[in-house]
Design a protein around this ligand. Structure first.
Ligand SMILES: Cc1cc2nc3c(=O)[nH]c(=O)nc-3n(C[C@H](O)[C@H](O)[C@H](O)COP(=O)(O)O)c2cc1C
Length: 77
């Protein structure tokens, strides 16, 4: 069964075009390998990502993303 996970986070510092390209390169490579699809949106210093795939793979992927120092919890609204 397809498992979906979506989250919003806040970039620690503005993402440069080069840093964005690098992030996408690594993400696409890993997600292709793990058969994960979805999208990643970056706007006004915020990320919104949807991940879809096998639950174990999505959770493993999100485990890496969660620990990534380039972003953190969004500010309270
Ligand atoms: C906002 C954000 C979204 C990310 N999305 C993904 C993703 O979809 N897939 C992925 O493998 N890594 C993603 N990453 C990168 C991971 O945090 C991590 O750096 C990467 O998975 C490490 O891959 P490696 O072990 O192949 O070097 C994302 C990072 C950030 C900050």
């Amino acid at each position: 069964m397809l498992y979906r996970l979506a989250y919003v986070s806040s970039a620690v510092r503005p993402l440069s075009p080069d840093a964005g390209r690098e992030l996408l390169l690594v993400s696409r490579r890993n997600n292709l390998r793990d058969e994960i699809t979805g999208f990643l949106c970056y706007r006004n210093g915020m990320f919104f990502q949807l991940l879809e795939g096998r639950r174990s793979d999505v959770e493993k992927c999100f485990g890496r993303i969660y620990l990534d120092a380039r972003h953190g919890a969004p500010p309270p609204s």
